[in-house]
Design a protein around this ligand. Structure first.
Ligand code: NAD
Ligand code: IPM
Ligand code: MN
Length: 369
């Protein structure tokens, strides 16, 4: 049916390159599975600045609010690095998260069997890894007030940001983590620095109380963020669901991505609250950025973007079967030995973005036959 409103925002750098491969899969679904979407797209980030003079316009924000799901590429690049803070391309994704109240950023890190050798860690440490990081994404130091740069009496300047979390902000992301854990191994590890931060201690106390009140059946542990970074490298399989603040989740999810072989592989979903109408805003994006160092070369890995689309099908449209088809196609292509340049595993062929995308289509043809 054509009522699945999808907004596609490719952004900058490799964003449009990897999004092109997703569009081919969408066309394939239209042809072969009779699924059609009501698609619109728009320029955001540096592309938004070039087209409209700002990273994301009010009109684009309105389209995002009207959409059933948003597929986001990545934004940013050296071309726009000298603009003022309010004109940074990154404002596009931050404004989307904030104004659509997309507070729960789900960042899974799973090691696909064909890529156990791609991790910088030993295969026996990462084999079978299936970890979910739930990163709070509308609060914390990313948005806390006051923030700015001020002049000091002695002629120096001072730059400052504020880490803040309210009860509600912690509880709602905590609920997402506990509910996910119930469908997995039933274990949540809450990560903060309660030893040095007031907001960290408050986070820990709030999570503890939330578990006692609403999720006594789920196991909850606590860990300092610095230790968590170390434990993720020492023995990542000890974790099931990690729930943490905006900034710690940003760092720990990039770290976790290398356990799986490449940052270019990992998808994410950012979800808002379920509204009275039953609608839930949701945005899907790979965790990687616009990769200016390889943009335009045709060598970017499109799988993180494609797997983000699979997450979109699963979470926003309940299209589990189609999502599984895409995920299986990705695994099979890797099993067949195809590798983009970022995947550090032995394989039979190094291929570019387009060939990787074509191979996915061929694999989908086989799976759907
Ligand atoms: P990055 O993720 O863009 O790149 C880090 C490294 O990983 C680079 O060497 C890059 O070539 C490689 N890489 C990333 N994705 C890849 C892929 N799909 N295939 C192959 N290699 C890949 O991070 P960065 O260099 O720190 O940031 C570049 C720009 O992207 C900055 O402007 C940053 O703010 C922005 N950024 C945007 C998002 C987003 O839009 N959600 C996320 C992260 C960074
Ligand atoms: C991410 C990115 C963003 C973040 C930037 C581009 C604002 O690094 O999605 O991980 O820090 O959240
Ligand atoms: Mn990041």
């Amino acid at each position: 049916s054509a009522n699945k409103k999808l907004l596609i925002l490719p952004g900058d750098g490799i964003g449009p390159e990897v999004m092109r491969e997703v569009r081919r899969v969408i066309d394939w679904m239209d042809r072969r599975r009779m699924v059609s979407f009501d698609i619109s797209d728009d320029h955001v980030g540096g592309a938004g600045i070039d087209a409209y003079g700002e990273p994301i316009t009010d009109a684009t924000m309105q389209k995002a609010k009207d959409a059933d799901a948003i597929l986001f590429g990545s934004v940013g690049g050296p071309k726009w690095d000298k603009l003022g803070f309010q004109l940074r391309p990154e404002i596009a994704i931050l404004r989307l998260r904030k104004e659509l109240d997309l507070f729960a950023n789900l960042r899974p890190a799973t090691v696909l069997e064909p890529l156990v050798d791609a991790s910088t860690l030993k295969p026996e440490v990462v084999r079978g890894l299936d970890l979910m990081i739930v990163r709070e994404s509308t609060g914390g130091i990313y948005f806390g007030e006051p923030r700015g740069v001020e002049e000091l009496p002695d002629g120096q300047k001072r730059g400052f940001d504020t880490e803040t979390y309210t009860t509600n902000e912690i509880e709602r992301v905590g609920r997402v983590a506990f509910e996910l854990a119930r469908k997995r191994q039933n274990r949540v590890c809450s990560v903060e620095k309660a030893n040095v931060m007031q907001s960290g201690l408050f986070w820990r106390q709030t999570m503890t109380a939330l578990r006692e009140r609403e999720f006594p059946d789920v196991e909850l542990s606590h860990m300092y963020a610095d230790n968590c970074a170390m434990q993720l490298v020492r023995n990542p399989r000890q974790f099931d669901v990690i729930v943490t603040s905006n900034i710690f989740g940003d760092l720990l999810s990039d770290l976790a991505s290398m356990l799986t072989g490449s940052l270019g592989m990992l998808p994410s979903a950012t979800l808002g609250a379920v509204q009275a109408s039953g609608k839930r805003h949701a945005l899907y994006e790979p965790i990687h950025g616009s990769a200016p160092d390889i943009a335009g070369k045709g060598i970017a890995n499109p799988l993180g973007q494609l797997l983000s689309f699979a997450m979109l099908l699963r979470y926003s449209f309940n299209m589990d079967e189609d999502a599984a088809l895409i995920e299986t196609a990705c695994t099979n292509v890797l099993r067949n030995g195809l590798r983009t340049a970022d995947i550090m595993a032995p394989g039979s062929a190094r291929v570019g973005t387009g060939v990787m995308g074509e191979s996915i289509l061929r694999e989908l043809d086989k799976l759907a036959a």
